[in-house]
Write a protein that binds this ligand. Structure first.
Ligand code: SER
Length: 317
């Protein structure tokens, strides 16, 4: 029997919803607690209402429930943080410190904290962006994630904190909706395709970005947490990659299943954010160090999304 006791903070978000399900399956329902600021979400595991900025409640939740590992997912994403820069910085940084400090005290054994492709900026090479390169983020979200990466490494080097991190690309799944990201179009497009047969995209046709299917993202998250310590050679955050596409290409792939589907373009403020991010990512280090592998490419992703959303929405093929 494993003595692992897990708290997922920000469990109601796009990643949290699927991660909790998978962790409960792997470790048992009693070993996992979901938390978020929402009042009464439905989970198959115990739920605790928790604001990650409430330092004392974070501590008592972790101590009282004998938590050994935290997956700290609560954050404002790129588009929302641009609308609320001060709160974006506060939530993304203070939330991280509240968790890192408990590991520094020895109360927590291990932390997962996601970074993002948003750490990269206009001066970074856009194609096959390397693990180590110029990093000059221009969004509040990107700045907070980059600062967080440096702090994770610092806590590890100085106090031996076992914190592990990956830079998520845009994430696409059918079980939950994204909230406030620049890559959200790649989820919205499926819902609109099935409901209306058309989609107006807030990015231009040729804006290529790195993307990943949610089951691969969850796998990366659990894999890096379960990897033997000596395999984790990077304590800031690992590049991980699966596919790269632009709105026109995903539109075409959807048309293979829904021939009448149409896509139009009306770029908004999110275009500028996307223009400063990489188009594709080199994730050799993650593949070498802890055997990261993705399963889904664009055709499989589109096929699986449509199949599952059709069932969910009761739409026939
Ligand atoms: N999906 C995120 C965003 O668009 C990137 O990490 O903000």
């Amino acid at each position: 029997m494993s003595d692992t006791r897990i708290l997922v903070i920000g469990a109601c978000g796009q990643v949290g919803t699927e991660l909790v399900e998978n962790l409960a399956y792997m470790y048992g329902k009693d070993a996992v607690i979901a938390s978020d600021i929402k009042d009464d979400p439905s989970f198959d595991v115990e739920y605790i209402k928790l604001d990650v900025l409430d330092r004392e409640k974070v501590r008592s939740t972790i101590v009282d429930n004998k938590i050994t590992e935290v997956y700290h997912l609560a954050a404002l994403l790129s588009a929302t943080a641009e609308q609320h820069p001060e709160f974006g910085w506060k939530l993304n940084m203070e939330g991280l410190f509240n968790v890192l400090d408990l590991a520094k005290e020895g109360i927590l054994k291990k932390i997962f904290w996601p970074s993002s492709i948003a750490v990269f900026g206009p001066t970074t090479p856009r194609q096959d962006t390397p693990q180590r390169t110029v990093i000059e983020p221009t969004t509040v979200y990107g700045i907070s994630k980059f600062a967080g990466e440096r702090w994770c490494e610092y806590y590890h080097n100085r106090w031996g904190v076992d914190v592990r991190s990956v830079r998520y690309p845009g994430l696409i799944g059918y079980k939950s909706l994204p909230g406030g990201g620049t890559t959200d179009y790649a989820v919205d497009i499926f819902h609109q395709a099935l409901e209306k047969g058309s989609y107006e995209c807030f990015l231009s046709a040729e804006t290529a970005l790195p993307m990943m299917y949610m089951s691969d993202a969850v796998k990366a998250t659990i894999d890096i947490m379960q990897a033997p310590t000596e395999q984790i050679k990077n304590r800031s955050s690992y590049n991980i990659s699966a596919m790269s596409f632009d709105p026109a290409s995903i539109g075409k792939e959807i048309q293979k299943h829904i021939p009448d589907f149409t896509i139009s373009y009306a770029p908004d403020f999110r275009q500028k954010i996307a223009d400063n991010w990489p188009a594709s990512i080199d994730d050799t280090d993650a593949r070498t160090d802890w055997n990261w592998q993705h399963s889904y490419d664009l055709p499989d992703l589109v096929d699986d999304m449509l199949k599952n959303l059709r069932t969910q929405k009761g739409v026939s093929a």
